[in-house]
Design a protein around this ligand. Structure first.
Ligand code: IPE
Ligand code: IPE
Ligand code: MG
Length: 249
């Protein structure tokens, strides 16, 4: 059989719940924080893979609105890591024409981190390659509520009638409505739940769960997820190897 004569439909927007850092560290007798640090390498690899695949958007769940419940030292280590990574990676993202956006309730972050985020967004705003969304202090329910609040204000201001609040109009108020819809959600770490990530935006997404822990998530694991999507979408039955071969053409 001539492999891949028909070009498979690759996803345009992939979202990832990066889970399993803590268990990765615990398996090695290390502190959970070292799992988060190891996870940064996987973030870099996933961004580079998405860039090579020419995805429109990659959305990474970095910190949920519920993650504040974790021990204080883990939360503060995650915040420091976030600041450090923003500082060290933004120029590289910019050089690669990648646009960085942070989605989530950013008022929950320190003024320093908020400034770093705003600077990174401004620097990369005009880039036309991959859009990289980092979901931080993000919750799917929060996103729906903030859209509803905006709609309520529009009604109060007389800009819109209640009957004009529709799926389409509410959709324009959700985060990432300007991007292609999420085609594929990947969750690493073996759990099969959404954990209040994108709720509205996942309406038609394919879901892919893998037992690979986030620090071990590499190009092979990413290709397998893409292959599973391609197989489900168009039934071309691609393998991860074929997807990697596609990258080279
Ligand atoms: C995900 O890994 C990263 C964040 C939530 C920041 P976890 O820290 O949840 O890792 P596990 O699930 O405990 O292994
Ligand atoms: C989801 O992972 C949040 C992120 C990956 C940032 P969690 O580890 O926090 O989710 P639960 O607690 O297992 O649902
Ligand atoms: Mg977890």
């Amino acid at each position: 059989m001539a492999a891949l004569e028909l070009s498979p439909t690759l996803p345009r927007h992939v979202a990832i719940i990066m889970d399993g850092n803590g268990r990765w560290a615990e398996q090695r007798g290390k502190f959970r924080v070292s799992g988060h640090k190891a996870g940064v390498k996987s973030v870099r690899a996933a961004v580079s893979f998405a860039h090579q695949l020419k995805l429109d958007a990659l959305t990474l769940f970095a910190f949920s609105s519920e993650n504040w419940r974790r021990p204080e030292d883990e939360v503060s280590a995650l915040m420091s890591l976030f600041i450090a990574v923003l500082g060290s990676e933004v120029k590289k993202l910019h050089r690669n024409n990648i646009r960085l956006q942070v989605i989530g309730e950013r008022s929950g972050f320190s003024a320093h981190l908020q400034r770093k985020i705003a600077d990174a967004e401004v620097l990369t705003a005009a880039n036309t390659g991959l859009t990289l969304n980092i979901a931080a202090n993000y919750g799917g329910r929060w996103d729906i509520v903030q859209a509803c609040r905006q709609a309520a204000v529009q009604v109060l201001n007389g800009e819109r009638a209640v009957s004009e609040i529709t799926e389409d109009s509410l959709n324009t108020l959700m985060n990432m409505s300007d991007l292609s819809p999420v085609d594929l959600l990947i969750r690493t770490g073996g759990e099969q739940r959404i954990s209040n990530f994108l709720l509205w935006q996942l309406a038609y997404a394919e879901l892919h769960f893998t037992n690979v822990l986030w620090p071990d998530f590499d190009d092979t694991a990413f290709s397998e997820a893409i292959a599973a999507f391609v197989g489900r979408e168009r039934r071309f039955g691609c393998t991860g190897e074929q997807i990697r071969a596609l990258l080279k053409t």
